[in-house]
Write a protein that binds this ligand. Structure first.
Ligand code: HEM
Length: 411
């Protein structure tokens, strides 16, 4: 329940009625964040189940650290309706076993994260680099002579599911299906609870079978490694491993696809920046990738107030949804000089595209490697490209923002 009287803001469309699925907001949320920062830095809406939207860097950072007052048991930006979430048959869709560590609070969050992190260190990711380079080259071979392609569907979308499939040890030939499940559970399911539940059940059933298989036939993959993990001398349950695998699939696909796609969208529409990257050295690639992650941060997460809690003159009532607006925080002029400009060689860039606090992204090394290889390989083969039809570009919104249809042309 929300006490809207607690919003110390003028009544206005954005301050008290923002809509994260509004077409204009999805297309370009930057002006809305700037307006709110000046008028109502912690806005509220009743739409989509109700939520609070902080827009200042300092506030998002602080809220990400309000553990356990702001709980991660249901980290989606739009919760399932209560009757579905509380149904024992579907109740697995919130709570720690649905996808720890992202859907857990300490102590479960601590130990599930500890188990996962060694598999995503730079050293653990490096062996995937050659494969990623080959994959990107093969994908480009498939369309380089066609004069154009959909840079989101034919390229950005194809890379992350193959990497996650490789890491988990699941059938790479089924990546189209994995992407579809994840899209239904995430992007499309945000506003269609039945679709979300159906696809999450499909993902769970898939991993139930994979986990059962690895119990009898251990392999050299992440599923087997998770099954072999122990906490306080005890093995972890199959149910928990299923939830953790589910999370890898959901967290690793649309996120990285969005970042690669947003970067290509940017370069296709900004000739000066594109030209600059054609001869870029390692240093410029390094800062450019961080800048693109900052400017086009794809991920917004949710928390729920575990109790009534006050912050910045606002009272979050128990159960209220609070959005971790990492993308908005990354445009705060208090922290970033000229925040609404892409500055490819930006030096001071303490962006929080990968989150902040205890839930900071466990897959950031993999995501950065994928972005770097995908973009550098593209530029080696296709240094000149433009948007084929700017009006045809579509973006996903809500939890994960990025281009979904992105026609580009080249010679
Ligand atoms: C550019 C791509 C990516 C972005 C922008 C991104 C962003 C984020 C953010 C903002 C969080 C914090 C969640 C929260 O505060 O509730 C997070 C958590 C997480 N991400 Fe990523 N992510 C990306 C790619 C990946 C990849 C490739 C993986 C690999 C499977 C991954 C795995 C995870 C995991 C396991 C967590 C949960 C960590 C925890 O709760 O302790 N992410 N990510």
């Amino acid at each position: 329940m929300t006490d809207t009287d607690a919003v110390p803001c003028p009544v206005g469309d954005l301050a008290t009625d923002y809509d994260m699925f509004d077409a204009g907001y999805v297309q370009d949320p930057v002006p809305a964040w700037a307006e709110l920062r000046g008028t109502c830095p912690i806005a509220h809406t009743e739409r989509n189940g109700g939520s609070w939207l902080p827009t200042r860097y300092e506030d998002v950072q602080a809220m990400a650290r309000m553990v356990p007052e702001l709980s991660s048991l249901s980290p989606l930006v739009v919760d399932l309706p209560e009757e579905i979430a509380n149904d024992p048959a579907t109740g697995i869709f919130s709570g720690y076993n649905s996808g720890a560590p992202i859907s857990a609070d300490p102590p479960v969050q601590n130990w599930t994260r500890r188990i996962l992190l060694p598999h995503f260190t730079p050293k653990a990711i490096e062996p995937l680099r050659d494969y990623t380079e080959r994959l990107c080259r093969d994908l480009i071979d498939g369309f380089v002579h066609d004069g154009g392609c959909d840079a989101s569907v034919d390229y950005a979308e194809q890379i992350p599911p193959r990497l996650i499939a490789r890491k988990l040890g699941i059938d790479e030939s089924r990546v189209d299906q994995f992407s579809e499940w994840v899209r239904d559970a995430g992007e499309l399911g945000q506003q269609d609870p039945e679709l979300r539940v159906r696809s999450r059940k499909t993902i769970r059933a898939f991993f139930d079978a994979e986990v059962a298989d690895r119990r009898s036939n251990p392999a050299d993959d992440l599923i087997s490694a998770l099954l072999e993990s122990e906490v306080d001398g005890q093995p972890i349950t199959d149910e928990m491993v299923v939830g953790m695998c589910h999370l890898q699939l959901v967290a690793g696909i649309e996120t990285t696809r969005s970042s690669i796609g947003s970067a290509l969208w940017h370069f296709a529409g900004h000739e000066d920046d594109r030209r600059r990257m054609v001869d870029a050295d390692d240093e410029l690639w390094g800062t450019a990738i961080e800048e693109l992650l900052r400017f086009y941060s794809p991920v917004t997460m949710g928390r729920n107030a575990a109790e009534d809690v006050e912050y910045g003159g606002v009272t979050f009532r128990k159960g209220d949804k609070v959005l971790m607006n990492f993308p908005g925080a990354n445009h705060d002029p208090e922290v970033f000089e000229n925040p609404d400009e892409v500055i490819l060689d930006r030096r001071r860039n303490r962006h929080i595209a990968f989150g902040a606090g205890i839930h900071r992204c466990a897959g950031s090394n993999l995501a950065r490697m994928e972005m770097e290889v995908a973009l550098r390989t593209w530029f080696e083969r296709i240094p000149e490209f433009t948007l084929a039809n700017p009006d045809a570009v579509t973006w996903s919104g809500g939890q994960i923002r990025g281009p979904r249809i992105l026609p580009v042309e080249f010679d």
